[in-house]
Design a protein around this ligand. Structure first.
Ligand SMILES: Cc1cc2nc3c(=O)[nH]c(=O)nc-3n(C[C@H](O)[C@H](O)[C@H](O)COP(=O)(O)OP(=O)(O)OC[C@H]3O[C@@H](n4cnc5c(N)ncnc54)[C@H](O)[C@@H]3O)c2cc1C
Length: 370
């Protein structure tokens, strides 16, 4: 028998699961459909940076909406996800970097990030452990980090507990529209719904195309490295102006670091690239000399969709009413996902959201060549 539901959500990553939870709280029936297991893809294997600093002003409305949810995660999904409000420090390796960080702080003044630019003796006094090439940084005290493995699975579990039907091991390969959406899984299961949310992450562009929406994304494979537990040497979550490295230390002492990209190994899998791994280690040791010689115990690469302007697609299809897209988070969907789910529920139930979404329009690249 086909499963009939008010809303079908394709993808049980954080975006799909947080939308499912928000829609259940509005009283709608929801089928949350996942090829693998809830939160097994980018949402569960990312770096875990819960960071507002560095985002475009367009994203900071969403980011500000997500910000209080992180501190209150236990009330939302029943676990705290190891969220720590550690602060996020963006490092500068030159005066030009410092100027760029100061210009960003000025641009986003008004979003409540409370950025402080630190340099010279004040910086060294506060952060004595950084290598000599680090000349300062911008500190966002309210940002932090969390354990993606716990949070992503936690959102899917919370959606299930709230009454969503969670269909795992259910890869959708048949897409039809006409008097509603009909999704057919490889194993023959069928889901029918008047409303479909495309939260398929790196596969979102393919799902959009199956319904005739041209929404280009580039797929890439961000890579993460974890060291053995080390003595406490990093109190904040780290980024670097210009990109290329990020790091955090968990309470058990392991350093979690990223920055490079891995390799497509086919069949929707990826693996780290050896050179990228070496580079992450070299950056880490240059930035935090105390970690030099640490053993690497784990590496992996996730799969993520990137848009040309690094903003996600969030909104209703311009061609097909009832089809809502939310993908292309371009390496930054973890922090904002709790708010994206609420926004999607508003779009479905109310036809609009109080959070500005203009920068995320699904049709913004149409007629252009991104
Ligand atoms: C290594 C790495 C590090 C990152 N670090 C950070 C960070 O520090 N901070 C931050 O904010 N963001 C970070 N991100 C980005 C963030 O993880 C993603 O933007 C976010 O998780 C996207 O969530 P999602 O739900 O859209 O996608 P996903 O988690 O990929 O979920 C989409 C789901 O759709 C399913 N699906 C796809 N096609 C089908 C189909 N045909 N049938 C059924 N199911 C299907 C997939 O199996 C998948 O589970 C990082 C990403 C990676 C990979």
């Amino acid at each position: 028998m086909p499963l009939e539901t008010d809303v079908a959500i394709l993808g049980a990553g954080l975006v799909g699961a947080s939308a499912a939870l928000a829609l259940r709280r509005r009283g709608l029936s929801v089928a949350l459909i996942e090829r693998d297991y809830g939160g097994a893809r980018a949402s569960g294997v990312n770096f875990g940076g819960v960071r507002r600093q560095g985002r475009s002003a367009a994203q900071l409305h969403l980011s500000a909406r997500a910000h209080p949810i992180w501190a209150d995660l236990r009330r939302h999904i029943g676990i705290d996800g190891e969220f720590v409000r550690s602060g996020h420090l963006k490092l500068a390796r030159s005066r030009a970097d410092l100027e760029s960080l100061a210009a960003y702080a000025e641009r986003v003044d008004g979003f409540g990030l409370e950025l402080t630019i630190l340099e010279g003796a004040a910086f060294r006094a506060r952060f004595p452990g950084f290598g000599p090439q680090i000349v300062g940084g911008s500190l966002c005290p309210g940002d932090g980090h969390a354990n993606p493995r716990l949070v992503a699975a936690g959102y899917a579990a919370a959606a299930l507990a709230a009454g969503a039907s969670l269909l795992e091991q259910c890869r959708i390969s048949g897409f039809e529209h006409g008097g509603g959406f009909r999704l057919r899984a490889d194993d023959g299961r069928e889901i029918r719904s008047p409303c479909l949310i495309n939260a398929a992450g790196a596969w979102g562009g393919e799902i959009a195309a199956a319904f005739g929406d041209d929404m280009p994304i580039r797929v890439d494979y961000p890579t993460i490295l974890v060291t053995e537990p080390l003595p406490a040497l990093l109190s904040v979550s780290l980024g670097v102006e210009g990109g290329g490295f990020y790091g955090r230390q968990v309470s058990r002492g392991n350093l979690v670091m990223g920055g490079g990209f891995g390799i497509d190994t086919g069949n929707d899998t990826a693996r780290p690239d050896a050179q990228a791994i070496s580079r992450i280690g070299e950056h880490g040791a240059a930035i935090m000399p105390a970690m030099r010689g640490a053993q690497v115990i784990r590496v992996w690469a996730g799969i993520e969709g990137y848009t040309a302007d690094k903003n996600p697609f969030i909104g209703e299809s311009p061609r097909l009413p009832g089809l809502f897209h939310a993908f292309g988070f371009s390496g930054g969907g973890f922090q904002i996902a709790p708010a994206v789910g609420e926004v999607l529920a508003e779009l479905v139930c109310d036809g609009a959201s109080p959070t500005p979404l203009e920068a995320f329009r699904p049709d913004r690249f149409q007629g252009t060549c991104p």
